[in-house]
Design a protein around this ligand. Sequence first.
Ligand code: ADP
Length: 438
Amino acid sequence: MTGGGRWLASFLLTTVLPILAFAVLAWLSHGSAWAWALAALAFALVAGIRSRQLSMLSQWLESPDDSRDADADRGGGEVLAKLGRRLRDDARSRETVEARLRSFREAMDAVPDGLVIVDAAHRIHWGNRAASHHLGIRLPRDAGVIIEHLVRAPGFAEYLAASDAGVPFVLQSPAARTRVYTVRVLPLGERNKLLVSIDVTDARRVDSMRSTFVANVSHELRTPLTVVSGFLEHFVDDGVLDAEQRRQFARLMSDQTARMLTLVDDLLTLSRLEADDAPASEEDVDMADLLAQLLAEGQSLSDGRHRLEVNCQGPAVRGNRKELHSAFGNLVSNAIRYTPAGGSIRIEWSVGDGDGAGTFSVCDSGVGIAAEHLPRVTERFYRVDRGRSRETGGTGLGLAIVKHILLRHQASLAIESEVGHGSTFRVVFPSWRLQPAD
Ligand code: ADP
């Protein structure tokens, strides 16, 4: 039986039938007038009770609350109780749906790619937070606006019309022209479209750095290779060169080959350093021993043209000896190469009083570096004086290698320099890298 049928049966059994039975009894005992009067009174009473229940229901629907629901229950208002339960269930499932929608929106806002849904007429329906950064769409303000009216990049409207999802559209940010995005259009359902925008600024920057790097390496290798190939042509023409000329050309070719080898070695060192974030192994590096080695190598490179001093006043440092030797050796070799004969170079290792940090420094009285070059000297192939660097066998990669090694040891590099007066390169190690005093 349906709910309505059940209600009718219960109404007949509990209300109509007792009233009729009562009326029949009244008819038999007091006559028909009494019976009609009693039946009319009983039905009027039932109608009054029902109308009061309806008015309570109407009031309750306007502001349903539990207490009145309970009252209604006590008063036999089963309908109200059921209705209350149904409304509470509805409210609960509405809250669940809203919570799910909220967390879905939050998830979509957390996606770094821009997402926009447009309809067949390209009217904006929805977009996430990244889309507002990438395409300048602000919701709810722009809901219903045709997307081509907001994104006014040349070719964008044609791209949307063609909708070739295979090829992305490249777009410069309408707000900051320095950022670049790619936009793809994907079909969504029968008529809608999903626009996906991706920030490719960093990827493009890396690409451009890579191609600049390849161009630089090619350029660096081209010069010595041109020299060697030129000499080799003379060698092929037998009889053109006398023995002395051959010896001289062979020496020059050997110099150029050595230069290429140094460059390749430095490139390999850089790529090895870039491959991992930390050195393969670490040990307590005896700084007195390392500084003595740096002094000996410096003296050999200077060949008596400079005055070299060493001052070691600190404990061992935790690190990779080979890498630290390579970094410090680069700084000493630069000091010698960029200091004219007669100048002086001081190599020091000391511990600061306050923070306990260890400082390795190389101070020279050489040519110095102008302030505008200082922020860039650790870039690959950046040279202040290209000619001088080449003359002294520089590859332009020395300080880039130093920077990488120091990063791997959580150390920092500070440069002070004055043109014509010299430079000081300071490497500062955090105190936890120093062996504690006994
Ligand atoms: P390079 O092989 O050319 O020396 P580096 O990376 O070692 O390359 O150094 C980059 C540039 O920084 C050098 O070309 C040079 O102009 C400048 N430089 C480095 N060290 C010194 C220094 N001690 N004195 C003056 N200039 C220096």
